[in-house]
Design a protein around this ligand. Structure first.
Ligand SMILES: [Zn+2]
Length: 253
């Protein structure tokens, strides 16, 4: 049987039969792979714990007709250990792997940029490099940009007129000028649009210095934007606990 070896991030698993799991992974070289982990739910399994969501592993696969089989697994980064015990981090990480799973919609098509983004995002969460909601929103904006849906936070997304503009429309693809503004478009604070631009660019000094009310507003815009462009909502996005980034002050309309 032909075999291959790759680095992989575990996205999700589900049970198969008595003791096996189907493990969905995003790999560095082979894109998304679904493989059977045989016997991994037995307590005696040598590598069952390494095939949990958020783990980064070095794995060897046997190619099969329907599913490949994963038969050797070594841990590269045990992100699951740091993430699973913290509910806000867990929900953010879950939204990230679900998004990667949806954006990389074909199996065995290389998606190296998506792999790198997800690995960096999960690593930033596990190492608590920034506030978890900021890490999630930066990841989402960048993953969508890689997939071809980069948002515009300055120039009008419709006519290109230089900004800043006061309205934001997910359907238009970002900030919109007064002429192109659809009814019902959001009117985020100027600081929120600057934060969103920083999150999409990975400009962390700007993002880390942002205020809670702008983070909250940015999170709502990112959720609306990503949900619109996936054409169906990500189940886990609504579950993300952002209470840590919230302050008692009231958001200005
Ligand atoms: Zn315009």
């Amino acid at each position: 049987m032909p075999t291959y070896r790759d680095e992989a991030i575990v996205l999700r698993t589900h049970k198969l039969g008595e003791a096996d799991r189907i493990v969905t992974m995003l790999t560095r070289e082979h894109g998304k792979v679904r493989a059977v982990g045989k016997g991994v739910r037995r307590t005696s399994s040598r590598f069952g714990a390494r095939l949990e969501p958020f783990m980064v592993v070095d794995a060897q696969f046997y190619e099969g007709r329907t599913f490949d089989t994963v038969n050797q697994v070594e841990t590269i980064q045990p992100f699951a250990k740091a993430i699973a015990g913290d509910y806000p981090m867990f929900t953010a990480a879950t939204a990230m792997v679900e998004t990667a799973d949806k954006l990389v919609d074909h199996e065995k098509e290389p998606a190296l940029q998506q792999y790198r983004l997800l690995r960096a995002g999960l690593g930033a969460l596990a190492n608590r490099e920034h506030e978890h909601g900021l890490i999630l929103d930066s990841y989402l904006l960048r993953a969508f940009a890689v997939a071809g849906w980069a948002a515009s936070f300055d120039s009008c997304a419709t006519c290109g007129k230089p900004g800043p503009h006061r309205a934001f429309s997910p359907a238009a693809g970002g900030a919109v000028c007064d002429n192109d503004r659809p009814t019902g478009a959001a009117s985020p604070a100027p600081e929120t649009l600057l934060l969103l631009a920083a999150l999409q660019a990975g400009d962390w000094p700007v993002a880390d210095a942002s205020e809670a009310r702008n983070r909250r507003e940015a999170a709502g815009i990112v959720a609306a934007y990503t949900q619109y462009h996936l054409e169906r909502s990500l189940r886990s996005l609504g579950m993300v606990d952002r209470t840590r980034s919230e302050s008692p002050e009231v958001t200005a309309p």
